[in-house]
Design a protein around this ligand. Structure first.
Ligand code: IMP
Length: 421
């Protein structure tokens, strides 16, 4: 399951729904920059690292090697779930996942501050610096915790570089490797140990036993480090290919790629956004859709549904079908619009321009539809959808070339319907 826009599409809800048929739910990238909100029996769970499937007793939730793990955050989340009666005893964390340590968060904030107006608007969770250390071969992995000597040695080596950056570039105090190692080892090692595993082996054992495995993408296609609106992206690969590299499962094992798209678009942080709205429609999307970050509380930027982006997402992810979320947010709108192409320097284009400065200049070309002016939150059968909503959904499917198989009509666990394509 992948996000097809800029995140916050409501993926958690469908992970939860599909979990019923799954044996494992696996996170493959990102870290606690993600925020998955699930509403179960009027209780809201906001998860950052633990896969949403944890709420089902039959699921093994897995944090794959492609994820960056802040051990303190992970333990706090496990504790929070335990206090609310949800056991994490089945959770497994890849020994190859990289650790986010406090200096990664410090560097994230410092980089942002130094970028000034050019800042990316990151979540300041240390995601970028942790993946940068991984690429520089300076990262520490979850498995390093299991050997105190190795952990201390690697941390010392990493901090030779990082302390130079902190002191000479950012004029900050250096981090004491021994004090940090003491803190991490004393607070995290014992409680985390039972969860650390060879998750690639675990997933393959499951697949060989005929189990269904769901790979749960965090963030989304246009926040992908390679395929997103660089540099306004996250530092991992949320696109479907990331599920292979981030777990150790080859592409031939994947038989369905469900793209999740909101019935409109939002984005948090900076970056191009052709269908962005600054008017009353946009304000209503934010207010009715409660478009504020689960994690950071930031107001999300709203805009109309963009079929050009979605066509691109279909290609880069090999989407088989779509889940459309939050359609109920548009219930009171007199008109709804879908962007079908862009006008760039007087030229009409139907594909995402590969040169990003063109995307900054792209003016959306809209197809306008009458709104359905009906409360969709109680609709559970496709035949009960008003014709205007059916037309809106059918137009999206037609524009992007894959069927819409699921529609979410409210935040609750059972507020959705299956569409027959
Ligand atoms: P980072 O992932 O914290 O480095 O942030 C990079 C960009 O990705 C920023 O624009 C963030 O707002 C965005 N981002 C990261 N995680 C999420 C998410 O879960 N939902 C929406 N946007 C996100």
């Amino acid at each position: 399951m992948v996000g097809t826009q800029w995140g916050d599409e409501g993926k958690g809800k469908f992970t939860d729904l599909l979990s019923k048929e799954m044996s494992m739910v696996v996170r493959y990238q990102g870290g606690h920059n993600a925020g998955h909100t699930l509403v179960v029996d009027d209780e809201t769970f906001a998860l950052q690292l633990v896969p949403s499937g944890v709420l089902y007793d039959h699921i093994v939730p897995v944090i794959g090697n492609g994820v960056v793990v802040d051990p303190f955050v992970l333990l706090a989340e496990i504790d929070m779930l335990a206090r609310r009666g949800v056991s994490c005893s089945r959770l497994r964390v890849s020994g190859n996942a990289h650790l986010i340590l406090p200096y990664h968060q410090q560097l994230d904030a410092l980089h942002e501050r130094h970028l000034g107006k050019a800042k990316l608007g990151t979540t300041k969770r240390g995601i970028g610096p942790a993946y940068a250390d991984k690429a520089m071969r300076l990262g520490l992995r979850v498995q390093d915790l299991l050997d105190e000597m190795i952990f201390r040695e690697k941390l010392r080596a990493a901090l030779i570089h990082t302390n130079k950056v902190l002191t000479k570039v950012f004029n900050r105090l250096p981090v004491d490797p021994d004090a940090l190692a003491d803190k991490v080892l004393s607070e995290c090692l014992d409680p985390l140990k039972p969860y650390i595993a060879d998750t690639t082996d675990l997933i393959h054992e499951g697949l060989e036993a005929g189990q269904q495995v769901l790979f749960e993408g965090a963030q989304a296609t246009f926040l992908d480090l390679d395929h997103g609106t660089y540099p306004f992206v996250t530092s991992s690969n949320p696109t479907a290919g990331g599920a292979c590299t981030g777990t150790g499962v080859g592409p031939r094992h994947i038989d369905r790629v469900l793209g999740v798209a909101k019935a409109y678009v939002t984005r948090v942080g900076a970056g191009p956004f052709p269908t962005e709205l600054f008017d009353d429609y946009g304000n209503r999307m934010v207010d009715i859709g409660r478009e504020f970050g689960t994690n950071t509380g930031r107001r999300r930027r709203p805009g109309w549904f963009d079929a050009v982006m979605l066509r691109h997402a279909v290609r880069v992810n090999s989407l088989t079908d779509l889940a459309i979320t939050k359609i109920d947010v548009l219930d009171t709108f007199d008109v709804v619009k879908i962007c079908v192409g862009y006008e760039i320097d007087g030229q009409r284009v139907d594909k995402l321009p590969y040169h990003q400065s063109e995307l900054h200049r792209a003016k959306p070309v809209y197809q306008e539809f009458p709104g359905w002016k009906t409360d969709l939150s109680t609709v559970r059968r496709p035949e009960d959808l008003p014709s205007e909503a059916i037309r809106y959904l059918a137009f999206i499917a037609d524009q992007v070339g894959v069927p819409v198989s699921l529609v979410s009509t409210g935040p609750g666990r059972d507020e959705y319907l299956h569409l027959v394509s």
